[in-house]
Design a binder for this molecule. Structure first.
Ligand code: FAD
Length: 473
């Protein structure tokens, strides 16, 4: 194929990050290509599965720079790469405008203010999968179509295997199209393969011992190829032990119809999570992402059961857009209820004296404002805890679901891949779920998978075009 496989920019991965990079590059006059491991036109990726809500740390993407930086700082307790936070805060509004200019349709997904930019049509408020033909799925197809209109190439069924290096500079990609090996030259390579939530070995090494007991709440296509390629090229990797995820009914481990929604996060953070011994094991007040991470680190990640009472079930249980109350019952998930904690323990096969003791101690700590004295302590980051005192009582066996890894390849504000000494690797960029530094600090602060993919997808293309113009690439 000769010159046909020589590009200015190659993106590894055809999710939002890779398509934004390749399309923006083509718009700026670069010869661009996407290598996508999926072989079909409707290839799976987490981007297609997204709820489609563009937000910045649960804030409207159109807020001003300073407000968005403050929102990210609050979410992350300031443990964030400030250059990356500034990039998101400066470009979030521009990114949704650019997507709209490429044919993406946005609607207000709900009355919640940060749902103002939701890709249309939004998913239905039902349990289980509902992504085909929804906004993110359509937008991925639309971006690919636009890219091909601009003469960008999309190589489906093509898995990037290794980066080509010359004199410490990345100069291309080795790939496989089925059995056929391919060599592609490029002035800039963008790793946009989504991260490593679907790689069991990397999960075990960095996150927890039992990936088989954690719900894979993603498309299964992000398997760590990019991380390994970047590491081999000398990249720094950050916060690999943290992930973005949610709590789901434990039945979702066996039943496809029960995930990615409803999530149990709001109920768990308003109540207590106990293990098989009826004891609290983590700080529920830190929120659903934190609880999911804590469970995933255990030898037995499926040990958790949420215990709540009627007022919590009627309020927090109904708080989400796709709420567990009544969706859990509609979906046939296990939900135990009883008029006393003793009977609840019996139904849920938990030791009654321990459970009654745990709840009594918890209620007393709330009453006496002594939450710090609990072990583990109970913080109030996600709201004030409420006593578990009014029948009927409920028990929901839960599991942790991993949506995407929060850490990954270290980048600078232009998406250039950094070495451990802070210098950048010429010719190598990364964008989207495969990158680290923005999310996954101490407070497990979440910024937003879609906005991260699109802002950095655009930024890497703009920097690659700038480099080309200066004759550097
Ligand atoms: C159920 C669900 C709901 C979500 N809802 C939201 C939401 O409402 N708002 C939000 O902000 N975020 C949401 N997210 C997160 C968001 O979808 C992701 O963070 C984002 O789409 C990641 O985009 P990406 O392009 O980096 O990766 P991906 O979409 O994972 O794309 C990576 C692509 O790379 C390909 N690939 C992998 N390895 C290779 C290789 N070696 N060679 C070639 N190709 C390769 C894969 O096949 C895939 O197509 C949600 C995620 C899920 C799963």
């Amino acid at each position: 194929m000769g010159d046909a496989l020589d590009f200015d920019l190659i993106a590894i991965g055809g999710g939002f990050a890779g398509l934004c990079a390749a399309l923006r590059g083509a718009e700026l006059g670069l010869r661009t290509a996407v290598l996508e491991a999926g072989a079909d036109d409707g290839y799976l990726c987490s981007s297609r599965w997204a709820g489609g809500i563009f937000h910045v740390s649960y804030h409207d993407v159109k807020l001003g720079r300073e407000e968005l930086i403050a929102a990210i700082d609050r979410q992350t307790d300031g443990e964030v790469d400030h250059e990356l936070a500034a990039a998101i805060a400066e470009d979030a509004g521009h990114a949704v405008d650019w997507l709209a200019s490429q044919g993406a349709a946005f609607v207000r997904g709900s009355p919640i203010d940060w749902h103002r930019f939701t890709l249309a049509p939004p998913r239905a408020a039902i349990a289980g999968q509902d992504w085909r033909g929804r906004g993110p799925d359509r937008t991925i197809d639309r971006l690919r179509h636009r890219l091909e209109e601009r003469q960008g190439r999309v190589f489906l069924g093509t898995r990037a295997k290794a980066l080509r290096l010359f004199d410490r500079r990345v100069v291309g990609v080795e790939a496989a199209h089925g059995e056929e090996a391919m060599t592609l030259r490029a002035k800039a390579v963008v790793i946009a393969d989504g991260g490593f939530p679907g790689n069991a070995e990397l999960f075990r090494r960095h996150i927890g011992p039992r990936p088989d007991r954690v719900l894979m709440r993603h498309a299964g296509t992000a398997i760590g190829d990019g991380l390994k390629m970047a590491e081999a090229a000398g990249a720094a990797l950050v916060n690999l032990d943290r992930f973005y995820g949610h709590l789901l009914s434990r039945d979702a481990m066996e039943n496809e119809g029960l995930w990615p929604y409803p999530q149990i996060d709001a109920v768990a953070t308003a109540a207590v999570v106990v293990n098989r011994d009826g004891r609290r094991i983590l700080d529920e007040g830190l929120g659903g992402i934190s609880i999911a991470n804590d469970l995933a680190q255990l030898d037995d990640p499926l040990c958790g059961t949420v215990i709540c009472d009627a007022p919590i079930w009627e309020t927090a249980g109904k708080a989400a857009q796709i709420p567990p109350n009544p969706q859990l019952l509609a979906g046939g998930d296990t939900l135990y209820s009883a008029e006393s904690l003793e009977s609840l323990a019996e139904a849920a096969r938990l030791p009654a004296p321990a459970l009654v003791g745990t709840v009594a101690e918890y209620n007393a700590a709330i009453r006496d404002s002594r939450l710090d004295a609990l072990s583990p302590k109970r913080s109030t980051r996600s709201g004030a805890p409420r006593p578990i005192a009014t029948a009927p009582f409920f028990a929901i066996p839960i599991c942790a679901g991993i949506t995407n890894t929060m850490g990954g390849i270290a980048i600078d504000g232009h998406g250039r891949v950094k070495r451990p000494d802070g210098t950048t690797i010429p010719g190598l960029y990364a964008a989207g779920g495969t990158t680290g530094g923005l999310e996954g600090g101490g407070a497990l602060g979440y910024v937003g998978g879609l906005i991260k993919a699109c802002v950095f997808g655009l930024r890497v293309a703009e920097h690659a075009a700038y480099d080309k113009q200066r004759g550097k690439a």
